[in-house]
Design a protein around this ligand. Structure first.
Ligand SMILES: O=P(O)(O)OC[C@@H](O)[C@@H](O)c1c[nH]c2ccccc12
Length: 283
């Protein structure tokens, strides 16, 4: 485990709560038949959509208030807006998530669903089935190879999240084939899209690469794609307002003829809100 003294207090508290939850693991291992994530990205590309993983995130340590809408309705809106896959927070204390929500969402949609949580112990993997599970390199430290194997044994696809080149090396050494670069610094909770740009060139072509956090506009989407993102993971910018229209706006960021100034389907979604501040501190 890495030294956590520099982490934001909210993140330290999330991790200690995660370790307590690890003790509550269900008896028996889950056996997942996963919906393929790479195939879902390929289908989106073939259809002219930027592959977007839209995240159901009712709240976060630095978001004001909690979105109380039915998560299943939100998830269905994201899929209707063109999301290639979904991410569902299952962390209860700080993100308003639950394993029950994930189960309900996964039942309601056909796309792959990523379980977004702070998994630090093998027992946590058995809390709920999902198509993809997240392992955060910084938090699992030397346990990464073992947790990766334990997750794959259960059938999960594994997204390994990194924030710098050292973590990327560790992820690749452990055999990660799905890598997410988090633009949010977990020490300061500040977002910098330059993080992805500095790490992406070190990622081999055969690894599926996802840009995570702080993507708020079609211009941000294009910037991350130009830097090599196969797909994007977007939470706050989609959760803020009409999730279907927000998803559609980002998914269409590369559509020919562009969305600039036009709104062909009248959904009000493509007004190119390129001025959103990418240094915001929401998580
Ligand atoms: O809301 P944003 O800035 O679009 O970010 C989404 C996602 O990347 C972020 O929620 C996230 C990335 N890694 C995490 C790990 C745990 C919890 C949350 C996250």
């Amino acid at each position: 485990m890495e030294d956590q003294t520099e982490l934001a207090p909210a993140v330290r508290s999330i991790l200690s709560a995660a370790r307590d939850r690890a003790a509550e693991g269900r008896s028996g291992e889950v056996a997942v038949e996963p919906r393929g994530l790479r195939a879902a990205f390929d289908r989106a590309e073939a259809d002219g959509r930027v592959p977007v993983i839209a995240e159901v995130k009712p709240t976060s340590p630095t978001t004001e208030g909690t979105r109380e809408d039915d998560p299943v309705a939100l998830a269905e809106g994201m899929v209707a807006g063109g999301a290639a896959a979904l991410s569902v927070l299952t962390e209860p204390a700080h993100f308003g998530g639950s394993t029950d929500t994930l189960e309900r969402v996964r039942e309601a949609v056909d796309v792959p669903v990523l379980r977004k949580d702070f998994v630090v112990a093998e027992a946590q993997l058995d809390a709920v089935e999902s198509d993809v599970v997240l392992l955060i390199a910084r938090f699992v430290g030397d346990d990464l190879p073992d947790l990766l194997a334990a997750a794959r044994d259960r059938g999960f696809q594994v997204l390994v999240e990194v924030h710098d080149r050292d973590e990327l090396e560790r992820a690749l050494d452990a055999g990660a084939t799905l890598v997410g670069v988090n633009n949010r610094d977990l020490a300061e909770l500040v977002v910098d899209l330059g993080t992805f740009e500095s790490v992406a060139p070190r990622v081999p072509d055969d690894v599926t690469l996802i840009a995570e956090s702080g993507i708020g506009s079609p211009a941000d989407v294009r910037r991350m794609r130009a830097a090599g993102a196969d797909a994007l993971l977007v939470g706050s910018a989609i959760m803020d307002g009409d999730v279907e229209a927000n998803t559609r706006e980002l998914v269409r960021a590369e559509a020919r003829g562009g969305a600039v100034g036009s709104d062909a389907d009248g959904d009000g979604a493509n007004d190119e809100s390129d001025t959103r501040d990418t240094t915001e501190t929401s998580t």
